[in-house]
Design a protein around this ligand. Structure first.
Ligand code: FEO
Ligand code: CA
Ligand code: CA
Ligand code: CA
Length: 683
């Protein structure tokens, strides 16, 4: 490999059929084993998980809703990083959210929430770091490892970058605006070129509440902080997801109520700014517990799905590609001020290397043009359109970064169909972004929250195979970009749509534009990731539209490159009888030869999070929230649970009647070969 084009690797497994089994299905010749599930103890002193709602001490256990993940290799002795170590390593795992009913014996108690329940729920969020080791061809986690660590929504975190110390980040907890407590709703994740973990804060706004009269307390609906709160989904009177603010007067509960209660000018006597300390990319050094994790404010504040680095080339700046996962939000790029030095690939101090590359740089937002070109627009007060924006007056660059969505609005960036994961092809350097679905994408928008079909978000339809009316982008798609000159700092790019999700039977002229067949059809792409060893793409789904037929899944692809397909026009009939013609750009249509289904998960789960050992012979995949749809009234009757995985696969207490648990699985090929590949070719 290494040339500019498709790799010689081909797919070498039998496709897995769509199914609704309460099990993980992988191809013949592969073995999937459960490695690390909700509640698993992370110290020798922590009791085994009973999985009946009576367990406590989640700050010393695996959290819930496993999501983005990375493998940080160790040497054979387990004492230090070894870039090639494939027998032993630290798994860093995001715990995005919780299935709250299953965390308590009789389910969730109504508000005011008991402190013991709130404490458990808070601690089940955040990140975990757990050492895993292979023995006899099978990975297991080490309960007693000194690398095991939890970061929860209460762990002290450093605020770094241009917004550090800004008035917008001052709280009663950190009047200087330089620290916050914890991280929450961590979604996708990646590894930095210097070997640290880069994780994301996605739906953090849902955890906070605001009183119904908070606008007036802040100076009225036109006050800058109110405009910001509304743009970030927190209108006055909005309630919190779990009601933790009702659990007691202690600041660790009160902080979730961001109503203005103090009288200071800058917010340093209450928690009115607490939500401004969430919504960032967060960097952690998994190898060194002594280093404080950093929120990197230079990368902007929004519903960060994930950030992934473009190719690191000596003497060139580094680029980080990022999606904001909400309907009609944007794709962003950060470009470092520092240029890459290969000496930083294994530095003496990893987290201060992060300071060097991630605390100074430029933030851009993407604008897609119908002709297949695009622009990266820098978000800076040097842009007169941003400086003169009538809806919001930015005080300084810190304000702009904290309110990046408003700056992106000002420059007319392209509203996308929910940007989820980003991935960079290891050979071509092209950037892939999943757009999971968008119920607000319309042929004829009728409100400001709806977005008209355009070249890069061209579909709106119902999920009935032959219907012609418009109810949004039901099944999602995957866009890809090539930077001009393949330069990380480029301000222009070209793009096409690599794949359109669809059911195989749907209309090929308007919906199934990628001509998917029963062996590779899918809906709602979310995770996307390339094996660094084989260059194969792994695509994971978080779907509600096709789940009448199949549980969520993972496919493997050998991807081509931007421009390998053709332009296509979709004709929509408008209400007045006229036609709206939308021209889009469809990548080369896949066949089963270069796209096929590798895995189907258990009932009512999402497949998300994937990483590999450096030798490419084990992959780790996360099964998130199996059987999450459960009513409190049904907790006492296990026959009412939608899933019993992984208890029904022999993992942990409870067996076939177990409460379901989010978990990490390890997958290997029975002959020891490269995952999903045919033969043993590597890049
Ligand atoms: Fe956490 Fe947008 O998925
Ligand atoms: Ca996701
Ligand atoms: Ca999703
Ligand atoms: Ca999820």
């Amino acid at each position: 490999g290494g040339s500019d084009g498709p790799t010689p690797i081909t797919l070498g497994f039998n496709p897995v059929a769509k199914n609704k089994a309460d099990a993980v299905t992988v191809p013949a010749g592969y073995t999937a084993t459960v490695l690390y599930a909700l509640g698993d103890p992370l110290t020798a002193a922590t009791p085994a998980y009973r999985n009946d709602g009576t367990d406590t001490d989640f700050a010393n256990r695996a959290g819930d809703h496993h999501d983005g993940m990375e493998f940080f290799p160790l040497n054979a002795a387990g004492t230090a990083r070894d870039a090639a170590g494939s027998q032993r390593g630290i798994l860093a795992v995001n715990h995005e959210a919780i299935t709250d009913q299953f965390l308590h014996q009789a389910g969730v108690t109504a508000r005011p929430r008991p402190a013991a329940e709130a404490d458990k729920e808070v601690d089940a969020h955040g990140l975990s770091f757990v050492e895993v080791q292979q023995a006899g061809g099978r990975f297991a986690y080490r309960r007693d490892s000194a690398f095991n660590r939890r970061i929860t929504p209460l762990t002290p975190i450093q605020l770094n970058g241009p917004a550090r110390g800004s008035a917008l980040l001052k709280t009663k907890y950190s009047p200087a605006g330089t620290q916050t407590r914890g991280t929450i709703n961590n979604c996708g994740a990646s590894v930095t070129p210097w070997g640290t973990y880069l994780t994301s804060e996605e739906n953090w706004n849902g955890y906070f509440t605001r009183s119904a009269t908070d606008d007036a307390a802040r100076g009225g609906s036109a006050a800058p902080s109110v405009v910001s709160l509304v743009r970030y989904g927190k209108a006055q009177g909005a309630s919190s997801r779990h009601g933790w603010e009702t659990a007691g007067a202690d600041d660790r509960y009160a902080r979730w109520n961001i109503s203005q209660t103090g009288t200071s000018a800058d917010g340093s006597d209450d928690y009115r700014n607490e939500m401004n300390t969430y919504g960032y990319m967060l960097e952690v050094d998994p190898y060194d517990k002594g280093q404080a994790a950093r929120k990197r404010t230079a990368l902007g504040r929004f519903a960060h799905e994930m950030g992934v680095f473009g190719p690191a080339r000596a003497g060139k700046p580094l680029a980080v590609y990022m999606g904001d996962d909400s309907r009609g939000e944007y794709i962003y790029k950060f470009v470092s001020a520092a240029t890459w030095s290969d000496a930083d690939a294994n530095p003496a101090n990893r987290i201060t290397t992060g300071d060097k590359y991630l605390d100074n740089g430029k933030l851009y937002v993407a604008k897609f043009n119908a002709d297949g070109s695009g622009q990266w627009i820098e978000l800076t007060l040097g842009n007169a359109t941003i400086a003169g924006y009538s809806r919001y007056r930015f005080a300084d660059q810190a304000d702009l970064l904290v309110n990046a969505r408003l700056a992106a609005d000002a420059v007319g960036a392209t509203k996308m169909d929910r940007p989820e994961w980003c991935a960079v092809h290891p050979v071509t350097g092209e950037i892939y972004v999943t757009l999971t679905n968008n119920s607000n994408r319309k042929v004829e928008p009728s409100s400001s929250s709806q977005h008209q079909v355009d070249a890069v978000n061209p579909r709106s339809y119902t999920d009935a195979p032959t219907a012609t009316s418009s109810s949004g982008n039901v099944n999602g798609h995957i866009v890809r970009l090539r930077e001009a000159g393949n330069e990380s700092g480029a301000t222009t790019f070209t793009w096409d749509i690599y794949l359109f999700g669809a059911e195989a039977g749907m209309d090929p002229a308007r919906i199934n534009l990628s001509a998917l067949n029963p062996e590779n059809d899918f809906s709602s792409p979310d995770g996307i990731w390339f094996s660094r060893k084989t260059g194969l793409a792994f695509i994971q789904t978080d779907d509600g539209a096709y789940t009448d037929v199949t549980n969520c899944m993972m496919l493997v692809a050998k991807a081509g490159q931007v421009g390998d397909g053709a332009a296509q026009t979709i004709n929509y009939q408008k209400a007045d009888g006229s036609t709206l013609a939308v021209q889009t750009r469809v990548g080369a249509r896949p066949t089963t030869q270069n796209l096929r289904r590798f895995l189907v998960g258990p009932v009512d789960c999402e497949i998300t999070g994937i990483t590999e050992t450096p030798d490419g012979r084990t992959i780790f995949v996360n099964i998130q929230h199996p059987g999450e749809s459960v009513a409190k009234a049904d907790l006492a009757d296990p026959s009412r649970y939608l899933s019993h995985w992984p208890g029904n696969a022999g993992y942990g207490a409870g067996g076939a009647a177990a409460r379901p648990r989010s978990a990490t699985i390890a997958i290997s090929r029975n002959d020891g070969g490269l995952i999903a590949a045919d033969g043993d070719d590597v890049l």
